[in-house]
Design a protein around this ligand. Structure first.
Ligand SMILES: *Cc1c(COP(=O)(O)O)cnc(C)c1O
Length: 385
């Protein structure tokens, strides 16, 4: 068996990226909001039935726009998981919000919806859900809590492109398209990528007009470009949230191939899963379980190593065998920045996943032999445990 290095992630190129970037350059209009930006936005709106989509520089930027749109003021409380990326919290902290962290589910890193109601106060403004690994949070329950308490729901759907939630009445909706607002990431590590990029999904039409203004630095330039007004003015707060046409051109090359990319990722995920079952490794590690109400968009294949020591040893063993596996998310409530600000509640499930979760390589260049080698190496490790 050869011992070539297996990286954790490699960006996939569809082949049209250079062509579209060249086209964008020869259009001689490379600032944001042009031909490729519109093509990406329209593709996402039509494919997933989103009311409105705006491309952004990142998911972080889309979350910052969401915080502005729902009108977060200093002192407002925002409920969100502790087991997430820093941007989920920063976007709301930047507007002066108080972050109230909710624990993960026993059995899954997603937020435990049964804990939300007890955290709601008069100051609660929104629930921010994070669909970890593209697996849906319990949206039916979360939306009904939000309706009952008059709260906004923002979906951090950074990892959740092309994943769906199945409601009990048999209907399904794309993740990012269920709450008032949703945010996707097209960072290099995500299923669909343009290096750095994202999108804001506007599901509540009442946010549509203002979203364009905030996107365009607080001006009504979008209306001006549509010929609805004769000059554009400063009308609200905003920032520079649009990516350039070069980025949008790259992204379009990926988005138009989304079905192919998704099928290949799912094949890799399924192969991992069946090899783990075949080798009975699912009694030594816990493999991600997908709840019946969620699709699996194959963003992440992770193992729950059960103890921190086992994870440490496994990472070392894989590294010795030239395989790069990584862990992520250290509970935000225990971070150097937030520790003193947290209200002191224990969040044991979030800490558990911080200690035990391990992500395996998952990208389209991985061959069947690569995947077999990763699983065999883990199997060898478990025999020496
Ligand atoms: C990747 C990620 C982000 C940040 O995305 P950017 O596009 O890099 O800003 C935010 N939240 C979650 C859950 C993520 O996985």
């Amino acid at each position: 068996m050869d011992n070539q290095h297996i990286a954790f992630n490699k960006v996939y190129l569809t082949g049209n990226e250079y062509k579209y970037i060249q086209q964008a350059i020869s259009n001689a209009k490379i600032s944001g909001g042009g031909f490729y930006t519109k093509k990406c936005q329209t593709l996402l709106e039509q494919k997933y039935g989103f009311y409105k989509c705006l491309l952004t520089n990142s998911c972080t930027a889309a979350l910052e726009m969401a915080a502005i749109l729902i009108g977060v003021k200093p002192g407002d409380e925002i409920i969100m998981p502790s087991f997430t990326f820093v941007s989920t919290a920063n976007a709301f902290l930047l507007r002066g919000a108080k972050i109230v962290f909710v624990d993960s589910q026993p059995g899954h890193p997603n937020m435990d919806a049964s804990l939300i109601t007890s955290l709601i106060t008069e100051k609660t403004k929104a629930i921010v859900v994070v669909h970890y690994a593209g697996v849906a949070c319990d949206m039916e329950k979360i939306m009904s809590i939000a309706v009952a308490n008059n709260l906004f729901v923002v979906e951090d759907a950074a990892q959740a492109i092309d994943s769906f939630y199945h409601f009990s009445d048999g209907t399904r909706k794309p993740l990012g398209g269920i709450g008032h607002l949703g945010a996707f990431s097209f960072h290099e590590t995500k299923n669909i990528s343009c290096g750095e990029g994202g999108a804001l999904i506007i599901n509540d039409p009442s946010f549509a007009e203002r979203s364009e203004i905030i996107w365009e630095k607080g001006t009504n330039r979008c209306s001006f470009f549509r010929g609805e007004i004769d000059k554009y003015r400063w009308v609200d707060i905003g920032s520079s949230f649009l990516p350039s046409e070069i980025t949008a051109a790259f992204l379009f090359a990926q988005l138009e191939m989304i079905d192919v990319i998704q099928q290949k990722r799912k094949d890799i995920w399924t192969l991992y899963n069946s090899l783990f079952t075949e080798k009975k490794l699912n009694s030594i590690f816990k493999i991600s379980e997908i709840p019946g109400y969620s699709d699996n968009n194959a963003h992440i294949f992770y193992l729950d190593c059960i103890t921190n020591d086992k994870r440490k040893n496994l990472i070392e063993y894989l590294a010795k065998n030239n395989i790069n596996a990584i862990f992520h998310y250290l509970s935000l409530h225990k971070s150097p920045f937030f520790l003193e600000k947290h209200d002191g509640r224990e969040l044991p499930q979030s800490d558990y996943y911080s200690d035990t979760l391990l992500r395996l390589p998952l990208y389209l260049e991985l061959t069947k032999a690569d995947i077999e080698r990763v699983v065999q190496t883990i199997s060898d490790f478990s025999k020496n445990e």
